[in-house]
Design a protein. Structure first.
Length: 174
């Protein structure tokens, strides 16, 4: 389990390592067992106030593409350092205005055992064309739960972090 202290250490390292000019807000760092995702926020595009929503959306896509290309070499160097330091893959993302992107993020395999009723749910999603495979169907289900239960999941993660902190303060086990 990743502790609050682990998250703070990683976030602190990136806060010190990332160039200030890459950020109009502190980087958002998300960590799990396999991956560290660094989402940068850069200033929004500068367009006339009467620019259409379509023009603004396309300008944001173009700016994100340019930022990705302009920073690639330095991001790869920072990722290599962090991967060596924390033994986890580093992925990158970007936010500007209401546009967000994730780059180079991993899709980690997860083994699970499902009983027939749960497999039938996945098979229904595949048969209906919602997903290409059971794995895609399961990922779709997880995304759906995450969207609809976000507040509950945040509360659960905070509770788990509190338990980890209390355990860390307790007596050492052999």
């Amino acid at each position: 389990m990743i502790t609050k202290e682990d998250r703070e250490r990683v976030a602190g390292w990136f806060a010190g390592r990332l160039p200030k000019q890459w950020q109009s807000a502190p980087a958002e760092i998300t960590i799990d067992r396999e991956e560290i995702t660094v989402r940068l926020t850069i200033p929004d595009v500068d367009l006339p106030k009467d620019a259409s929503d379509a023009a603004r959306a396309e300008a944001r896509v173009g700016r994100a593409k340019a930022f990705r290309e302009e920073t690639r070499k330095q991001r790869m160097e920072i990722a290599r350092e962090a991967e060596h330091r924390y033994d986890a893959k580093v992925s990158w993302g970007l936010a500007l205005g209401d546009h967000t992107e994730l780059w180079t993020h991993i899709a980690a395999p997860v083994m699970t055992r499902l009983r027939q009723p749960q497999r039938m749910v996945l098979d229904t999603l595949v048969d209906a064309g919602v997903a290409r495979s059971r794995a895609d169907a399961l990922a779709w289900c997880v995304r759906l739960v995450g969207q609809h239960e976000d507040d509950w999941l945040v509360e659960l993660r905070e509770a788990m972090a509190s338990v980890a902190d209390v355990r860390a303060k307790g007596p050492a086990t052999r």
